[in-house]
Design a protein around this ligand. Structure first.
Ligand SMILES: *[C@@H]1O[C@H](CO)[C@@H](O)[C@H](O)[C@H]1NC(C)=O
Ligand SMILES: *[C@@H]1O[C@H](CO)[C@@H](O)[C@H](O)[C@H]1NC(C)=O
Ligand SMILES: *[C@@H]1O[C@H](CO)[C@@H](O)[C@H](O)[C@H]1NC(C)=O
Ligand SMILES: *[C@@H]1O[C@H](CO)[C@@H](O)[C@H](O)[C@H]1NC(C)=O
Length: 255
């Protein structure tokens, strides 16, 4: 169920994100609220065909997995107050030549990253690419354009470490951030793992300052973690060199 929602959501989301980056004047200077709008049927969609994207993870290939209806592929986001130009992979490749982009987050980030890599591959099928996965870091590289698109799987952004056989979520520690430096664009997300309870609780303890807690109010924990993250952004990112996005929430979607 979740993946169907995601494929639908992803194309338009990524598209919107990129447009916001390329053509900010269209959306911001004109006072258009980018987030108010609706999904419109668009027969020119989808922006890529999964059968042409050999590296797509099986879970994200709905048609390949036997889904019969196709209508969900054909929606684009239309802000009420403005028009968004259509995503052009060629244009993206040209503009992002020599750039490095990193997605950091959970499966929502994985989905966005994967859509973007498929969209760019569809736009330049003759260009070589490499795809490497080392631990939780995946890198899609297009040598012709010297563009790196990376994904760092990371459910909480703040550190989840194992100490003395205990999994500890450290609300005020973000050493993970050392690997987020030097990018032209960073796109973060975190949400639904903060809510998992019972046997699916992702930690044994939550640490705040010197104190260890078995559990705490999850929204409080989320808010403290995000504060640590936003402080990291404020002290480590030069906004004239690196664009930072934070993606909204995703619902739980695993069985
Ligand atoms: C994707 O490509 C395959 C093979 O060319 C084709 O059969 C299929 O209809 C295409 N799917 C969509 C949604 O365009
Ligand atoms: C590729 O881009 C990086 C910056 O992301 C730059 O340091 C490097 O020199 C470029 N390499 C080539 C071969 O252009
Ligand atoms: C693509 O990569 C292969 C293997 O690395 C190489 O032999 C080939 O020349 C490359 N093609 C292009 C168009 O760069
Ligand atoms: C990523 O993988 C490395 C090496 O396996 C591990 O040390 C690190 O904790 C992982 N980071 C996250 C955020 O899962």
């Amino acid at each position: 169920m979740g993946h169907q929602f995601f494929s639908f959501f992803t194309l338009t989301y990524t598209f919107s994100l990129l447009i916001l980056f390329f053509e900010p004047s269209l959306c911001i200077d004109s006072g258009c609220d980018f987030f108010q709008g609706s999904w419109l049927y668009d027969d020119s969609y989808p922006l890529y065909n999964t059968s042409m994207c050999s590296f797509i993870e099986k879970e994200f290939d709905c048609l390949g997995n036997g889904r019969l209806d196709k209508l969900y592929l054909k929606y684009r986001w239309k802000p009420s107050g403005c028009e968004l130009p259509k995503f052009s992979g060629q244009d993206f490749l040209r503009r992002f030549q020599g750039k490095k982009i990193m997605f950091v987050g959970d499966s929502l980030s994985l989905n966005q990253w994967q859509s973007l890599t498929c969209m760019l591959h569809a736009a330049a099928p003759q260009s070589n690419f490499t795809l490497n996965k080392i631990g939780n870091l995946s890198t899609f590289y297009i040598p012709d354009y010297n563009i790196s698109l990376m994904l760092s799987r990371n459910a909480f952004l703040v550190d989840l470490v194992i100490e003395k056989n205990r999994k500890i979520l450290k609300l005020d520690s973000i050493q993970n951030g050392d690997s987020w430096k030097g990018f032209d664009m960073l796109i973060f997300n975190t949400w639904h793992w903060w809510l998992h309870k019972g046997s699916r609780t992702p930690w044994d303890y939550i640490q705040q300052g010197d104190k260890l807690y078995r559990d705490m109010d999850r929204l409080t924990a989320f808010s403290l973690g995000l504060k640590t993250w936003s402080n990291w952004v404020d002290s480590n990112i030069n906004p004239s060199k690196t664009k930072v996005f934070f993606q909204g929430i995703s619902p739980t979607h695993y069985k």
